[in-house]
Design a binder for this molecule. Structure first.
Ligand SMILES: [Zn+2]
Length: 258
């Protein structure tokens, strides 16, 4: 596990992934994402040893192996590669927070009779902090774009003004209804206004033009909302870019209203 973490720290891109293949207590191979351009860490490590060596081995990977995202995928997923290679056991650092993968790599391995274990809690925390570009996936800064799963109880995100300015607006995504193409946006410390008619953030010069603050907004693809706490000049613009069965893509930008 520690060696897999050492491997993943070699990654220069996010998410970081490190892999160690071992058998009978002996390390056979290692790999990290980006070691070979465009090749996932599991495949990098498997390619370094023979088919026979991979058979019956234990694979330590800092991130849950990926699954097929669509039917016409050219290269098979890492979960499928591990299954087809006859790996006996997979030990995972963290589950992939990407909603379309989350727990599915894990489930696919189990369904194919592979033993699955997890890093111990202390090492999981170490991996979690280092795997993604922002250590805490529930926190975002200034402006950007993010794909996140929306769980049943709702997914909370803290939008911080900047790395140095610690003012925060909390937002929550909940009640994802993929069949209706909508998801609800609310905030525990601000009101939500729908920027009706605005097509992008540049169209919004003054948030107070939009006059009906509410507790939440039912967002559809492309819609923009403004979240603004009372009595502050700080507000955040949020646009829903895409919506999937389990996750959404949104972008945000903080503003200071003079
Ligand atoms: Zn993969």
């Amino acid at each position: 596990m520690k060696l897999a973490i050492e491997e993943h720290l070699k990654c220069s891109e996010y998410p970081r992934v490190g892999v160690v293949i071992a058998k009978s207590g002996e390390v056979l191979s290692t790999g990290y994402r980006g070691e070979t351009r465009g090749v996932h860490a599991e495949r990098v490590a498997i390619r370094k040893i023979s088919d026979e060596e991979v058979q019956g081995s234990t694979v330590f990977t800092t991130l849950e192996p990926c699954v097929e995202l669509h039917d016409e995928q050219e290269i098979k997923s890492c979960a499928q590669l591990l299954i087809d290679s006859g790996v006996q056991e997979v030990v995972i650092g963290v589950l992939d927070p990407n909603g379309t993968i989350y727990s599915q790599g894990y489930r696919k391995l189990l369904e194919n009779n592979i033993n699955v274990g997890f890093f111990n809690r202390r090492l999981r925390e170490a991996v979690e902090e280092e795997t993604f570009e922002f250590g805490d996936i529930h926190k975002v800064y200034a402006s950007g774009k993010r794909r996140i799963p929306v769980v049943h109880s709702g997914t909370d995100i803290e939008v911080q003004f900047s790395k140095s300015d610690e003012r925060i607006i909390n937002i929550k995504w909940a009640t994802l209804q993929h069949n209706h193409g909508c998801v609800d946006l609310s905030s525990s410390n601000g009101s939500v206004r729908v920027a009706a008619g605005a097509r992008d953030f540049g169209d919004i010069s003054d948030p107070m033009v939009f006059r009906f603050p509410s507790h939440f907004a039912r967002m559809k693809k492309g819609m923009i909302a403004i979240v603004k706490p009372a009595n502050t000049t700080f507000f955040v613009l949020i646009q829903l870019l895409d919506i999937f069965e389990n996750d959404i893509i949104f972008k945000w930008a903080v503003r200071n209203d003079r």
